[in-house]
Structure formats: structure tokens, C-alpha cells
Design a protein around this ligand. Structure first.
Ligand SMILES: Nc1nc2c(ncn2[C@@H]2O[C@H](COP(=O)(O)OP(=O)(O)OP(=O)(O)O)[C@@H](O)[C@H]2O)c(=O)[nH]1
Ligand SMILES: [Mg+2]
Length: 382
């Protein structure tokens, strides 16, 4: 072979390798800046990069499942999600619906039956006050109707009594938009109630409505907590701001809100570490996280996540959290796994704060805005 041809081939190959290397170096130089609150673990989107990331699709649309190089999912719309509760309650042997209806439908409701009714309501976590109220109401309604109690009358009496206790007039609006800045939501509660899952599901709900969302991983106790949130964020293209393990949770929350402000995000949701309500130091820390955020932005919602299966214990937690931070709404999780729907009524009574969201399962879209009418209808459904 002609040696000049060989030299020419080698020269072309060398030029190609140099061009590829130059492109790779330029690409790397454009990203990977560290998160402000500390060195960035792998997979973190640095706060300063948010603007670039969000600019092309500032409001990720459900019809545009691509964002940058990430494949993002299209979450279910919020409307109609609470319908699933009916099926879930049917499976969980819902005490209020089935038990109470059977008792009230007996030919004669004697003193022993009223005792059973009371017991059923207490077992469903309704609490003593609301239980007495509902029994008074039912006694009056059903007495007036005398002997002509059809199953429909009973169901309607039960429905009306429950509905008045769940209180359809409470303002349950979840503030997720604010004028001229992102709305800021904090998610708080004891260990394992479903805070991180709720933060992730909430991001999906918001993305489904076309919002741009920043998540703050202010649970710095365990690296796995931030990874868990990162996974939720990645699935729907929500940016996750995180800090170093054991770092200051208030600093991460502050950075997440700054990042949201800079990128023009609609909503910033801050996931916090689980904490025992009995540990004063941890409750003070929560208050500090809130105060540090408030140096740059109002906190629009503090959502207390309660596990519906823990019953009356949840009420004790709720009281202490409400004393530490100004709780604006309750998220009642794991309602799919309990026959104790009465906790909705009890906790609202206890705090005077409405249930705004309910968790209905472990699926990514098993979080629904709470609607009192739909909830009661699901409880008393056939
Ligand atoms: N069945 C059911 N499971 C749920 C629901 N919400 C959360 N979970 C499950 O509860 C478990 C705990 O959820 P996490 O979101 O990690 O709880 P957490 O409050 O962040 O926990 P810590 O950060 O450790 O305090 C997980 O297995 C979730 O899948 C729900 O509505 N229904
Ligand atoms: Mg968590």
C-alpha cells in the first residue's frame, strides 16, 4: 500500500479523536456545579443550574413527556382520584359504612343497639365528642321517622350526620401558587407516616396541572432519604435540591426556596425528617427550618402528615406539631389500610385544621385532594 495513504489515514484518525475529546470536555464544563449547601452527591441538580434546566419547559406539560435527557412520566390528573377510596374502603371492611348501617337498620334500635353503635364509632377513631354528637343526631332523626325506616332513610340519616361532622364548609384549598414568587410548602410529621412519599406524590399532582416544581430534601439524617426524594423528582422532571448528609436541614430548605425563586418555579415543596413529637430539640429544629425559609419567603402551607392507621396516637402527635409550627393542613395517609375513617373527623376537631389531602395507597398517583362529600359517600356506599 502507498505509504502516503497510510499517513493520511492516521492524520484523519488523530483529528477525529481530538474533535471528539474537545466536544466531551465542553459538555462536562457546562454542568455539575455543586449545590450551595455542600458538595454535590451524584445525580444532584445544582441550584445554580435550575434556570437552564427549567427554561425550555418552564411548566412541564403532561403532553410533553420529555425534559432534557430525562424520560418523565405523565401523572394522572387530580380530578376523580378520590373515587378510588370507595373501592379501597370496600376492601378494608369499613366499619362506619357496613357496621353502622347494619345496626341502624335493625327493626328496633334498643339501648343495647345504641351501645353497639357507640362502640363502632369509637373503634372507627371518631373520638368521644363527635361520637356523642352523631348518636344524638341519629336518635333525633330516626325517632322522628318512627317505624317507617327504609334502608334509604337510614343511609341518608347516616350520611347527613357524618357530613355535618366532616364539615363541608372548612376551607380546604391547598395554596400552591403565590404572586411574584413560588408558593412554599413544608411537609412535617413523625417517622414513617409517609412524608417523602407524599412530597413525591404532591409533585406529581402539581406537574399534572402543568406546574414547575422544586423539591427540597431537608431530611439530611440519612442519605437514603434524599435519594428517595430524588427518585420521585426524576420521574416527573421536578428538580431536587439536596445537601450533604448530616448537614443543616434549614440550609437545604433555604437553598431549595432560593433555587425556586431563581428559576421562576411555581411551587417549592420541602420534605423534612421524621421526628418524634416528644423530642423537644427536634421540634425546635422544625421551627428553625421554617424561620430560616421565612428570611426570604413566606411559608404558605405546613402540611402535617398523619398515618390513619395509628388512630388516636395520631391526635397526640397532631397537637404537639401544631404547637411547634403553624400547621395549615393535614395529609392523612394509608387510609386504604384502615377501617378507621373516623380519624378524619377527630383530627379536624382536635386541631381546627382541615384534612386537605389523603393517601390511598402506595401507587405514585394514590394521593387525592380531600372532598368531604365524596368521602362520606364512600363511607356509606353500598
Ligand atoms: N398503603 C399506603 N402506604 C403508604 C401511603 N403513603 C405512604 N405509604 C408507605 O409508607 C411507607 C413510609 O413512607 P415514607 O414516605 O418513606 O415515610 P416518611 O414519613 O418519609 O418516613 P421518614 O422519612 O423515615 O420519617 C412507605 O412504604 C410508603 O410506601 C398510603 O397512602 N397508603
Ligand atoms: Mg421521609
Amino acid at each position: 500500500m502507498d505509504s502516503s495513504l497510510v499517513y493520511a489515514g492516521i492524520a484523519v484518525a488523530v483529528i477525529l479523536v481530538l474533535v471528539i475529546a474537545a466536544v466531551a470536555v465542553r459538555r462536562r464544563g457546562g454542568s455539575g456545579r455543586p449545590v450551595e449547601s455542600g458538595p454535590a452527591p451524584a445525580g444532584v441538580v445544582a441550584a445554580a443550574d435550575l434556570t437552564e434546566l427549567l427554561e425550555p419547559t418552564e411548566s412541564p406539560s403532561p403532553t410533553a413527556p420529555q425534559m432534557g435527557l430525562l424520560e418523565v412520566e405523565v401523572p394522572d390528573p387530580a380530578a376523580g382520584r378520590l373515587h378510588r377510596l370507595r373501592a379501597r374502603l370496600a376492601r378494608s371492611n369499613n366499619a362506619i359504612g357496613h357496621g353502622l348501617f347494619a345496626l341502624l337498620s335493625r327493626d328496633s334500635i334498643d339501648a343495647a343497639t345504641w351501645d353497639e353503635i357507640e362502640e363502632t364509632l369509637l373503634l372507627a377513631d371518631l373520638g368521644v365528642g363527635p361520637t356523642n354528637e352523631i348518636i344524638e343526631r341519629l336518635r333525633t332523626t330516626l325517632k322522628v321517622e318512627g317505624g317507617s325506616r327504609s334502608p334509604d332513610d337510614v343511609r341518608e340519616a347516616l350520611r347527613a350526620a357524618l357530613l355535618s361532622l366532616v364539615d363541608p364548609n372548612l376551607d380546604r384549598e391547598l395554596i400552591t401558587l403565590a404572586a411574584g414568587r413560588p408558593a412554599v410548602l413544608m411537609i412535617v410529621g413523625v417517622n414513617g407516616t409517609g412524608k417523602t412519599t407524599t412530597t413525591g406524590k404532591l409533585a406529581r399532582l402539581l406537574v399534572a396541572e402543568g406546574r414547575s416544581v422544586v423539591l427540597g430534601a431537608a431530611d439530611t439524617f440519612r442519605a437514603a432519604a434524599a435519594d428517595q426524594l430524588q427518585t420521585w423528582g426524576d420521574r416527573v422532571g421536578a428538580t431536587v435540591v439536596r445537601g450533604p448528609e448530616s448537614g443543616d436541614p434549614a440550609a437545604v430548605a433555604f437553598d431549595a426556596v432560593s433555587a425556586g425563586v431563581r428559576s421562576g418555579a411555581d411551587t417549592v415543596v420541602i420534605d423534612t425528617a421524621g421526628r418524634l413529637h416528644t423530642k423537644a430539640g427536634l421540634m425546635d429544629e422544625l421551627d428553625k427550618v421554617k424561620r430560616v425559609i421565612e428570611k426570604q419567603s413566606a411559608v404558605d402551607e405546613v402540611l402535617l402528615v398523619l398515618d390513619a392507621t395509628t388512630g388516636q396516637n395520631g391526635l397526640v402527635q397532631a397537637r404537639v406539631f401544631a404547637e411547634s409550627v403553624n400547621v395549615t393542613g393535614i395529609v392523612l395517609t394509608k387510609l386504604d389500610g384502615t377501617a378507621r375513617g373516623g380519624i378524619v373527623i377527630a383530627v379536624q376537631r382536635e386541631l381546627g385544621v382541615p384534612v386537605k389531602l389523603v393517601g390511598l395507597g402506595e401507587g405514585p398517583d394514590d394521593l387525592a385532594p380531600f372532598d368531604p362529600v365524596e368521602f362520606v359517600d364512600a363511607l356509606v356506599a353500598n
